[in-house]
Design a protein around this ligand. Structure first.
Ligand code: S3P
Length: 174
């Protein structure tokens, strides 16, 4: 049977969570958001986890979360992943096991404009120069996003609704 699941990857501010919510409503898919799942299972916010347990522990939780999703072998899922999920090669394989992986690509300018209002709650954007951090992190991560993805959508000039429709239309391609 064809895999009916879609996984959204991309940097913070690329629209993963918003697009996933729209797709879940519009196409009656089951929404899973790895950040939300981790927050629920630990009873802590992502910021708290980073502050109290560190990034390495959080990355371990992301891997466990993806394993849980993959092992459940559910279908009709739309999964929004955290922006750094692709950093572990192990996760790249798990993402593909779950479903078609769609990379929502953004420029640093768009990412910055979308996240600047919520930068305080984003542990990796706490320095004096969040825009500079975004430029650096995106450059460091680009290859991982590309390697992990089956489909790439440049999202800068698109509304979340248009991206949702495009993801839905493309999900059985390739
Ligand atoms: C992270 C992105 C965040 C969250 C955590 C780390 C990252 O998720 O998982 O703060 O490394 O890019 P979103 O991309 O959903 O904001």
């Amino acid at each position: 049977m064809q895999n009916t699941n879609t996984v959204l990857i991309g940097y913070m501010g690329s629209g993963k969570s918003t697009v996933a919510r729209i797709m879940a409503d519009r196409y009656r898919l089951r929404l899973l958001d790895t950040d939300t799942m981790i927050e629920k299972s630990t009873g802590k916010s992502i910021s708290q986890i980073f502050a109290e347990e560190g990034e390495a522990a959080f990355r371990q939780m992301e891997t466990q979360c993806l394993k849980r999703i993959a092992d459940a072998k559910a279908d009709h899922l739309i999964v929004a992943s955290g922006g750094g999920t692709v950093l572990r090669e192990e996760n790249q394989a798990l993402l593909k096991e779950i479903g078609k992986v769609v990379y929502l690509k953004v420029t640093p300018e768009t990412a910055y404009n979308r996240v600047k209002g919520s930068a305080a709650s984003r542990p990796l954007l706490q320095g004096a120069d969040p825009y500079g951090q975004i430029v650096k992190m995106l450059a460091e991560r680009e290859n991982a996003y590309l390697r992990a993805s089956d489909i790439i959508i440049a999202t800068d000039d698109l509304t979340a609704e248009t991206i949702a429709d495009r993801v839905f239309d493309l999900r059985f391609d390739n």
